[in-house]
Ligand binder design. Structure first.
Ligand code: GLN
Length: 539
């Protein structure tokens, strides 16, 4: 087993996650099996209770673990599904150490950060690496070098390199910022020098520097970083800002990162095949004749909250060759501002993503109603799906008091209600229906047609479901069930009279990948294109 650790310096938000994902991808392009680990130095055990405002989207894995959105990037770049063990948080590590202490596993010893916490970190890393059977484990350490929170993790990685024995079994890649300042646009290496010094003071000698900057850095600046930081010049990699994250694996490959890492790790060079990836990005950039999709959400200001949806549209663009422009509508503003509602009517498609809580639901329902009445293609996801049911009950079935019990626990017409199997809410950690599950699509329906099959698996994250007592009335008025869970939950509702009006209880956004775009997003974009009057691409 070989390891590559990716650390970050100077500031956060340099795209360390995308860098680590891209490194993983270029290993894969060589036929080197790789498994990623994301370390999050926060005390939360998982991301389930985290506010998307602060932290961006909560991503859900097949096994139902709620994780940082970076794990989504790994899945998208690698085209593989990961388990919860690939996300190590301070909370998880401490919980495990404290449980062991309570069981008496430490035989009366004083339990300390070194060696017990660091030991637990190493054990978790090794376990993921070994169970995966991969040749290389890529470990990304969240935060920046020098943060108190990440100290135990960096120490664990230093110890790991010592334990794996040979230098060539573990490489350190350090991502830093090279700011471009002043009127003449001078690239400054000092922050990088300081950051490398800080890393060295922790006993870690980086093998490669990924220098992030707005523009490519010159050979002279590379040479300067090489000299001051004691790193070979060919291991100083320039990564300028890019318009599309999926360009990064190709860029790193051009910069020689793949070959250099193979050399550092003493792995035999193998031919690289990034041809599918390259054609995806070429199509993405060449895409013409775009459609405009409105996204009606609560966190419209913070697009990171809906990252996987945005990526799913990028995947569609790179596969269909149709440019997708997203227009963000704040659900709360939509009910207050009629010009916004008019703008919404001009969209060629509408997405209503998931969410929690009452705020913004009226705006989402307004958008759903416009889509239904004007024939605008609509995809409702999770809360978006549930609200489509509420809107239908209110305005088509004539039940003005219809609601979800999430918003009106005493509703006389609870068309969306707490999950029946689970019934009672215990605590925020354990009450949701989470993770991947089979869904059976009814033959001949739109859902069945766009997926091209009957049996699918999708990821879930919800506490409420469609109340089956109302189904007969829904169906009678033209809102039909086209997908069921094996336990009888309603998973998909669609409106055969409408061009494309479909709601899903699950979260398709988590399964879309550049090399395997999700059928529902492809379907929405195709329908949007039809509405616009454009030709529908065959692929
Ligand atoms: N709040 C809804 C529920 O708990 C929807 C959740 C979601 O959109 N992820 O069922």
């Amino acid at each position: 087993m070989k390891y590559v650790a990716v650390t970050g310096g100077v500031i956060s938000g340099l795209g360390k996650g995308i860098t680590a994902s891209s490194i993983s991808r270029i290993f894969k392009a060589r036929g080197v099996t790789v498994t990623p680990i994301k370390i999050d130095p926060y005390l939360n055990v998982d991301a389930g209770t985290m506010n998307p405002y602060q932290h961006g989207e909560v991503f859900v894995l097949d096994d139902g673990t709620e994780v940082d959105l970076d794990l989504g990037n790994y899945e998208r770049f690698l085209g593989e599904s990961l388990a919860g063990s690939h996300n190590i948080t301070t909370g998880k590590v401490y919980r495990s150490v404290i449980e062991k202490e309570r069981r008496g596993d430490f035989l009366g010893n004083t339990v300390q950060i070194i060696p017990h916490v660091t030991g637990e970190v190493k054990r978790m890393i090794r376990e993921v690496g070994e169970t995966s059977g991969a040749e290389v484990t890529v470990i990304e350490v969240g935060g920046t070098v020098g943060d108190i929170e990440s100290m135990p993790f960096l120490e664990a990685l230093r110890e790991l390199r010592q334990e794996v024995g040979r230098q060539e079994d573990m490489a350190f890649v350090h991502t830093t910022l090279v700011p471009v300042v002043g009127a003449v646009g001078e690239a400054k290496t000092k922050p990088t020098q300081h950051s490398v010094r800080e890393l060295r003071s922790l006993g870690i000698d980086p093998d490669m520097i990924v220098a992030r900057s707005t523009l490519p850095i010159s050979p002279e600046i590379k040479q300067k970083i090489s000299l001051f930081c004691g790193i070979r010049q060919e291991n100083v990699i320039s990564v300028p800002d890019m318009s599309c994250i999926y360009d990064l694996p190709l860029h790193l490959e051009n910069e020689g990162v793949g070959d250099r890492l193979m050399q550092i790790l003493n792995l035999p060079q193998r031919p690289t095949d990034l041809s599918n990836w390259r054609s995806f990005t070429e199509r993405y950039h060449a895409a013409a004749d775009g459609v405009v999709i409105g996204v009606v959400g609560k966190y419209a200001e913070l697009k990171d909250s809906y990252l996987s949806h945005t990526e799913a549209f990028h995947h569609t663009q790179g596969n269909l060759g149709v440019r997708v422009k997203l227009v963000w509508f704040d659900a709360e503003d939509l009910v207050k501002d009629t010009t916004l509602a008019e703008q919404l009517d001009t969209m060629q498609g509408i997405l209503i993503p998931g969410g929690y809580g009452r705020r913004g639901i009226d705006g989402k329902m307004l958008a759903i109603r416009r889509a239904r009445e004007l024939g605008i293609p609509l995809l409702g996801v999770c809360l978006g799906f549930q609200l489509a049911a509420v809107e239908f009950a209110r305005n088509v079935l004539g039940l003005p008091d219809a609601n979800s019990t999430e918003f009106d626990p005493g509703s006389k017409n609870p068309v969306v209600d707490l999950l029946r199997e689970q019934g009672k809410v215990k605590d925020l950690g354990g009450t949701q229906h989470l993770g991947s599950e089979k869904v059976v699509l009814t033959e001949g329906t739109l859902a069945n047609r766009i997926y091209g099959r009957k049996d699918i698996r999708e990821r879930h994250r919800h506490r409420y479901e469609i109340n089956r007592d109302y189904l007969a009335r829904f169906e009678e008025k033209g809102f039909k069930v086209s997908g069921w869970a094996p336990d009888g939950r309603v998973e998909v509702l669609e409106m055969p009279e409408h061009r494309f009006f479909i709601g899903v209880q699950y979260h398709p956004e988590f399964l879309s990948r550049p090399e395997a775009p999700h059928p529902l997003y492809m379907g929405l974009v195709r329908a949007a294109l039809e509405r616009k009057g454009g030709a529908n691409p065959a692929t």
